[in-house]
Design a protein around this ligand. Structure first.
Ligand code: GLU
Ligand code: ZN
Length: 551
């Protein structure tokens, strides 16, 4: 009996040999330096911020080199798979405008290196596993869960490294006859890779982020095909897919670094050239005095939907991630504010090789900035799109008052230092609700009066102001002069210098009087430019608010 007999017994339907796939997956015609990257998430039903972080790096590496970025759905862990999860991934990439050029959507394959869904590639994996069995580099293992558990216990007790290697790789020693007989008897088995490595031997490896590393060779006979669904493990699928799809650069989380020796040994067993690796640091956050991994369980911001739900501009999210992707990004962005992030030359070497800090406060600042630089029309459009999904009440108001809303968003916008009131789209209503009568009237109003709190005095200021001074056609200087006149008439200081010299001579000053008007009209003591607000509201609506206050 030969290895071939064993291979044929396990894979009777596989007729082609591995060279068949070299005909289908031809080398890509790449020019010098062009990179091929991929985002290869598992469809778990959400996209982790850390995964998205990697996708941006993939996208950058490809765009910087005029190369190719493709998407692969790694769904071999079918227990974890969630319906529509792969659509969510595509939707997210599309939403952020970092679409791959090759992918699979609704069963449609776009690109020449598909299928891009691993569960559709079973026959391919089987062909390559069959080959390994034929050349004596893979074998069936019949160990049960209990066998493996027992082995692990023994290893721990006797202070051995745990794992299926060397003297512990029991099934490696079975004869071909026994292997064949047990399979024929219907025993369950996995397929393991037969390692030729020596853990005591170290080799040098250059990771693009971490630099030169010294790693031990792999000596584990790790599982390459699972027993139940006959699908490959990550280790195996990674090597086959990235070889066939001609990936030049693998960007993935540093949790995979410890498996790298396994992958390199597999590449070598097939005589394939291994890609380069960019192992990305964990995304971490500060919590009190400690630093910890951003986790899906503890942190809402770990999931990409968080940013869409909150209404952060896409640009802000990408920018916040770019600042931690490369330490010199911020400086570059300040110098090139008009350029797209893909114009930045990403360098793995300039990435933190330990933890990468992701800070929500920083995102807020970036986001405020991004929104403050938009035209009012753009704020209107983006906000309107957001409300369609998240705030129907506000959506209707935006529809009803399109021109007006745009003017509201334009207050203190087109100037050298625009206001940065809006953190994100979900925050805008909190900032402007008082500009809409529908919201103002239903709100349970808390008036934030400051110095002047006497209701009669407040009424007096408002009534006299409206009767004698307010005119909605006044320009800003005239408007302000009239408020000063009102102050003089009522015993408040219209001149701050005079007030400071002799505060006792006055009931208060012009700032106190403006605050009264501001609070009665908006309930808030701090708002954008009061002149603009009054102009937009107009006489009638202001008067209505005064009577609302009085009642
Ligand atoms: N499917 C792997 C994961 O979800 C991806 C690792 C890789 O990019 O190779 O973690
Ligand atoms: Zn075994």
């Amino acid at each position: 009996m030969t290895n071939k007999d064993l291979a044929n017994l396990i894979f009777p339907d596989i007729k082609q040999d591995i060279s068949y796939y070299d005909e289908i997956y031809k080398p890509r015609e790449l020019k010098e330096g062009q990179k091929v990257t991929r985002f290869a998430p598992s469809p778990t039903g959400f996209i982790h911020l850390g995964g998205f972080f990697q996708a941006i790096i993939d996208y950058m590496l490809a765009k910087n080199s005029d190369g190719i970025f493709y998407l692969r759905n790694e769904d071999t862990d079918q227990q974890r798979e969630v319906q529509n999860a792969s659509q969510l991934i595509i939707d997210t990439l599309r939403y952020y405008d970092i679409m791959p050029s090759e992918y699979e959507e609704n069963g449609k394959i776009i690109g020449n290196y598909g299928p891009y869904v691993q569960s559709e590639r079973k026959e391919i994996y089987h062909t390559f596993i069959k080959y390994l069995i034929e050349i004596g580099r893979a074998y069936p293992c019949f160990c049960t869960k209990e066998d493996l558990e027992q082995k692990r216990k023994q290893q721990e007790e006797r202070k051995f490294r745990t794992g299926y290697y060397g003297i512990w790789s029991h099934c490696r020693k079975l004869s071909l006859e026994e292997q064949i007989e047990r399979i024929k008897n219907g025993e369950e088995y996995v397929i393991r890779f037969k390692s030729l490595g020596n853990f005591e031997r170290k080799f040098k490896y250059d990771d693009l982020v971490k630099g030169r590393l010294e790693l031990p060779e792999n000596d584990e006979d790790f599982v390459i095909m699972k027993s139940d669904n006959k699908l490959p493990t990550y280790h195996f699928a990674h090597v086959i897919d990235d070889y066939l799809m001609k990936t030049t650069h693998v960007v993935r989380g540093e949790e995979w670094l410890s498996s790298l020796p396994k992958h390199l040994e597999l590449f070598k067993a097939f005589n394939f050239k291994a890609p380069k690796y960019v192992h990305t640091p964990l995304l971490v956050k500060k919590e009190g005095n400690s630093v910890r991994k951003i986790s899906k369980r503890k942190d809402p911001e770990a999931t990409m939907t968080y940013y869409k739900d909150k209404g952060y501009p896409k640009k802000a999210v990408i920018e916040a991630l770019m600042t931690i992707i490369n330490s010199n990004y911020e400086q570059w962005h300040t110098a090139n504010p008009e350029k797209n992030f893909t114009d930045f030359q990403y360098s793995p070497k300039k990435m933190s090789s330990s933890g990468a800090f992701f800070d929500l406060e920083k995102l807020d600042n970036i986001s405020r900035n991004v929104i403050s630089k938009m035209k009012a029309e753009e704020v209107y459009q983006e906000l309107y799109t957001w409300t369609k999904e998240y705030d129907l009440e506000f959506k209707e108001l935006l529809e009803k008052y399109k021109e007006y809303s745009t003017q509201v968003f334009n207050i203190e916008r087109e100037q050298k230092k625009p206001r940065k009131d809006y953190v994100n789209y979900s925050d805008i209503k909190n900032q402007v609700w008082y500009m809409y009568d529908e919201l103002f009237e239903k709100e349970n109003k808390k008036y934030d009066f400051q110095k002047i709190t006497d209701k009669e005095e407040i009424k007096k200021i408002c009534t006299i102001y409206m009767d004698k001074y307010f005119n909605e056609n006044d320009d800003k200087d005239t408007w302000f002069n009239k408020i000063k006149e009102l102050c003089d008439a009522l015993g408040y200081a219209s001149n701050m210098k005079e007030y400071k010299e002799n505060p006792d001579r006055f009931k208060g000053n012009v700032a106190d009087v403006s605050t009264v008007l501001r609070v009665v009209i908006t309930t808030r003591s701090m708002t954008p430019d009061l002149y603009e607000i009054m102009k937009l509201l107009g006489k009638e609506r202001i008067e209505k608010r005064i009577s609302l206050f009085e009642s």
